[in-house]
Design a binder for this molecule. Structure first.
Ligand code: G3P
Length: 219
């Protein structure tokens, strides 16, 4: 199981990777556009922070344009002395599945923006290593994100294809997808921080501190 930070913001990525337990970074064209930087600048910045893996989604659409962009990004990544594993994140579309089939012998591919177990099944048949369901979005659009993950887990069972659950907004949603068969999660920094905290943990820490202060004063 791995946790990834879902961000293109270098300060957020830096903070997440500094924990030591975040394996890598997932990004998408919207997250990159929000930074005001080019995809090449963002990827170079992320590589400088030395994550183990970077999931990169091309902004181009169409099979050939996506392929060309991925090769361009790979050159940037390979220019670093400690390059991360670059994992193409290809949207679940007709062209996308065909591209995964073509890239699969050479690249470990992820199929992203997955909203059905049927798409997950095609991802498996195309040779993807990962499927990325959009959990909260699926719920927001009238479905049930955690149930979607359970269905995908069933379809992928025994295949070796792993689920990276994305579009997660709360720690409870993270738990629901892990219970339902997600292998990995990718979350924004605020959700990662929310996962680390619980009001009762903070209360317990405060109680420990108060008690030890009291005993020190007695001595
Ligand atoms: O990477 C997936 C994620 O960024 C998209 O979902 O709900 O955060 O827009 P959402």
């Amino acid at each position: 199981m791995a946790v990834y930070v879902d961000s293109a913001n270098l300060e957020e990525v830096r903070e997440a990777l500094a924990t030591g337990f975040v394996r890598g970074v997932t990004t998408n064209p919207i997250l990159i556009a929000r930074t005001g930087k080019t995809p090449e600048e963002v990827v170079a910045g992320i590589c400088g922070l030395e994550p183990a893996e970077v999931f990169y989604q091309p902004s181009a659409t169409g099979k050939e344009a996506m392929k060309e962009e991925l090769h361009r990004i790979r050159e940037i990544v390979n220019g670093f002395s400690r390059p991360p594993d670059l994992i193409p994140k290809i949207p679940a579309t007709w062209d996308g599945f065909a591209l995964v089939k073509e890239l699969a012998p050479e690249w470990r591919c992820a199929v992203t923006a997955v909203y059905s177990a049927a798409q997950a099944y095609l991802a498996r048949e195309a040779g993807a290593c990962y499927v990325i369901p959009y959990v909260n979005r699926a719920t927001r659009f009238g479905g049930d994100g955690p149930t979607l993950v359970a269905e995908i887990a069933y379809v992928l069972e025994g295949s070796g294809v792993e689920i990276v659950a994305a579009s997660l907004k709360t720690p409870d949603e993270v738990v629901a997808v892990l219970v339902n068969g997600a292998h990995h999660i990718t979350v924004p920094l605020n959700v990662l921080k929310a996962m680390a905290n619980h009001p009762l943990s903070l209360q317990a820490v405060e109680e420990f501190a108060q008690t030890s202060r009291r005993f020190r004063n007695l001595r």
